[in-house]
Design a protein around this ligand. Structure first.
Ligand code: PEP
Ligand code: MG
Length: 769
């Protein structure tokens, strides 16, 4: 049976469209089960009816004509019960419904199984048999369930393809289907999709020998030179948007094109193996890519993307005439299977409004650059039929990590209002820049920013931040090709410290591992989020940690506004060991003659174990800071970067809120201040709850800061405390979110609510995953 199943799935995967897929399914299943009838009914979301889409055994003319209401007949019963129904004598069942068009009266036994994709019933697969004596046995039932489970993904994919063109599975109009990925950079963009393909197809290159190696070498060198020039141009085009250290990404590209890197190996193959340049290039690129991909490491997989991109660019120059010019309209939303920083730079200045990448996560290079440039971005849109997005009107919701294609006028209007409100809000809030963040009853909260690149600092200052609550030091590490030297680190750190002096700048020590890896420090683990991460790596590599702390301390000379924060702490000994090393460096640096103060040191609370040891941890340090992104991930056991489980990732989950309350209480009970630097702090509703819990400072993306400040300045702490008390009695994250939204609406902040699936005023359903 497994063999049959595999071959059906293979055949269906090769089908041109949904109708062909369904026709293959019914004919192959009918044959495999040796039954008289096999039919597929799909649920049309527009009419909410099951429509007969394909059949083998019933009258073909009934296809597309016969339909049943959502809970009508045995098909409706299978769909609503969401489980198989196996009947020996279907016509005697009270729910049996007779359609003369199908010729169905001749068939007695009935087995129907629902086709379910990610909890949504897409349709029902039915087999029928004439004689009542033929009872479908358990094995047959199990086979049909397996077929249905395997095919649900294919059907959902076809549905997504149709939905992009505004059509449902059954050909009816279907708009405003959301495709869900993960947020890459916040903001909303409305524009036109421009799908950028890799410029040339390496896989299609044949491997040929050459009798003119010198000619091939010359052509290859020329192509490499041309690509170097292209990258230079792209880098220059972005130079006014990015600071020099961010431009370093392009240097990485250029270095890969250095003689000792990829081109050197291609040259060897042309010379030594007598291959033609294109074949040699293909071999070397594939070897590099395989090497990186086998490492099974997030960051390195992304380097494979860079290599493939470079390979295609060289190939495109080798294959003269393949200089396809892409037309980038005003309001370009750049879409690709694998967006690369170079692709981003090819869009003429001022025309890029949004980015959509099928691969990658919020930590990809492109996402880091997009955040620095303020371009709304959605990453990780797996399974979306990307080619279909070309030329389509797209809405990119970088807050929620979802996109909409060919939106209805209603949805477009909804998002246009959000864009206008964002602009208006920003302009209106500029006036608040220098005002304190204080409630109407006089409670003050510090608003800080999270930074990574220097561009973030520039934006933060213009938004009125009172300091840096989280400087993610791994970001400058990620855009380099080797560990930055102490001197280089000192320069990065000094820029951040100087920009905010005398206000505090909280530098988190290197937080790599999990999904944040360095190309030059590969970590290959089965379960990276539970593995070698954050402080665990720093303590195992004191040579890296000591250099980093030394660079921080030296950089702080003259400013003395440095705070050091330790990530992923799960026990007190990690804190003690870290403190020991920090003290050691402090004394050494002083002995070297630097006039520095001992920085305040803090611990991040981001794993459940730390929640239960807040007092013990707080007693050893100067402050605590909650990493609610990781804390939510670890408390709820939901990978924060996996769009498949994104619905389960909810920082308003009662367990998360209870933990946050406990952390604030326990920290204050031993007299230590507590900050929060996860995304929740930048959510206006979340910020209110956190303020009510007693958090002393909230650290967030620069873009969120003005909104949070305006909300806090408009309400009293007492009001927020009452809201907190109310929501702590609730047991569902969704109900809590609604309750907080309602309170914000009531307080006149409806415009601050981010669009979410629950507040978008049109029906949406899940993408093809
Ligand atoms: C967090 O986990 O909430 C946090 C702020 O750290 P990061 O997002 O960098 O893991
Ligand atoms: Mg974290």
């Amino acid at each position: 049976m497994l063999g049959i199943l595999r071959s059906i799935v293979q055949e269906v995967n090769g089908a041109r469209d949904l109708q062909e897929s369904l026709d293959i399914i019914v004919s192959r299943v009918q044959a495999a089960m040796n039954t008289e009838v096999c039919s597929v009914y799909l649920l049309d979301p527009a009419s909410n009816r099951y429509i007969l889409m394909a059949t083998e055994g019933l009258h073909k003319k009934a296809v597309g004509k016969v339909s049943l209401a959502h809970s009508e007949g045995l098909v409706g019963l299978v769909g609503s019960r969401e489980e198989p129904i196996n009947l020996e004598d279907a016509p005697s069942h009270p729910r049996y419904r007779y359609f003369p068009e199908t010729g169905e009266e001749r068939f007695r036994s009935f087995l129907g199984v629902p086709i379910i994709h990610h909890r949504r019933v897409l349709g029902v697969l039915v087999v029928q048999q004439r004689e009542a004596s033929r009872n479908f046995d358990e094995g047959e039932e199990a086979f049909l369930v397996t077929v249905s489970a395997q095919l649900a993904g294919v059907i959902a994919h076809s549905e997504a393809t149709g939905a992009i063109s505004g059509l449902s599975l059954t050909g009816e109009e279907a708009r405003d289907v959301s495709f869900n990925g993960v947020p890459g950079a916040p903001g909303v963009a409305i524009g036109r999709g421009v799908v950028v393909y890799p410029p040339a197809d390496l896989d299609a290159v044949p491997e040929k020998a050459t009798d003119n190696p010198e000619g091939e070498l010359a052509a290859f060198q020329e192509a490499v030179k041309a690509v170097q020039e292209d990258i230079q141009k792209v880098s220059e085009r972005l130079s006014d948007k990015l600071r020099p250290e961010e431009q370093a990404l392009f240097d990485v590209y250029l270095r890969m094109l250095g003689d000792n890197a990829l081109p050197g190996e291609v040259v060897n193959r042309i010379r030594n193996d007598g291959l033609w340049a294109q074949g040699a290039l293909k071999q070397v690129v594939n070897q590099y890519v395989r090497h990186f991909e086998m490492m099974d490491d997030h960051y390195l997989r992304e380097r494979a993307v860079d290599i493939r991109d470079l390979g295609r660019r060289i190939l495109s120059h080798l294959q003269e005439g393949d200089t396809r010019q892409v037309d980038y309209p005003e309001g370009t939303v750049l879409v690709s299977e694998e967006l690369t920083p170079a692709m981003l730079g090819e869009v003429p200045r001022g025309r890029l409004v949004g980015l959509v990448s099928v691969r990658g996560s919020s930590n990809s290079h492109v996402a880091i650059l997009a955040r620095a440039m303020g371009v709304p971005t959605v990453m990780g849109l797996v399974d979306i039929p990307v080619n279909q997005l070309d030329g389509k009107e797209l809405i990119v919701d970088g807050f929620e990590g979802q996109i909409f294609a060919s939106p209805s006028a209603e949805l477009r209007h909804f998002y246009e209002e959000i864009c206008e409100e964002e602009d208006e809000l920003f302009r209106g809030l500029e006036a608040l820049r220098d005002k304190p963040c204080i409630t109407t009853d006089g409670h003050r909260v510090s608003l800080l920013v999270n930074t990574g690149l220097m561009t973030d600092v520039v934006r933060s200052l213009s938004h009125g931040a009172e300091g840096i609550g989280l400087y993610r030091t791994e970001v400058p590490f990620m855009i380099k090709e080797r560990f930055p030297s102490e001197h280089e680190q000192r320069q990065y750190y000094r820029e951040q410290l100087e920009a905010f002096a005398p206000n505090p700048v909280t530098m988190r020590t290197l937080d790599i591992g999990g999904d944040k890896a360095l190309s030059y420090f590969p970590i290959n683990e089965e379960n990276p989020f539970l593995g070698w991460r954050g402080i665990r790596i720093s303590l195992d590599h004191p040579e890296i940690f000591l250099v980093q702390v030394r660079a921080m301390l030296k950089a702080s000379e003259g400013f003395n506004n440095l705070q050091i924060m330790l990530p992923m702490i799960s026990n007190v000994s990690e804190v003690e060991e870290s403190l020991h090393l920090i003290y050691r460096v402090y004394h050494e640096v002083r002995e070297e003659g630097y006039q520095i103060h001992m920085p305040r040191v803090g611990v991040m609370i981001e794993v459940p174990a730390a929640v239960y040891q807040v007092r013990e941890l707080a007693e050893r340090v100067d402050f605590l800071s909650v990493g609610s992104n990781d804390l939510t991930q670890y408390l709820l056991a939901v990978d924060r970067n996996n769009p498949r489980v994104a619905q389960l990732y909810h920082s308003y989950h009662p367990a998360v809120l209870q933990a946050l309350v406990r952390i604030a209480q326990d920290a204050h009970s031993v007299g230590k201040p507590v900050t929060i630097c996860g995304e929740l702090a930048g959510d206006p509703g979340g910020a209110l709850l956190l303020m009510a819990m007693g958090y002393d400072a909230l650290s967030m993306n620069a873009a969120s800061l003005p909104k949070v400040k305006s909300v806090i300045r408009s309400i009293s702490r007492e009001w927020a405390a009452q809201l907190l008390e109310d929501v702590l009695l609730l047991d569902s994250p969704h109900v809590i979110k609604s309750c907080v939204d309602l309170a914000l609406r009531g307080a006149g902040f409806a415009r601050y609510l981010r669009p979410s699936r629950s507040s978008v005023p049109v029906p949406t359903y899940e993408s093809a995953r």
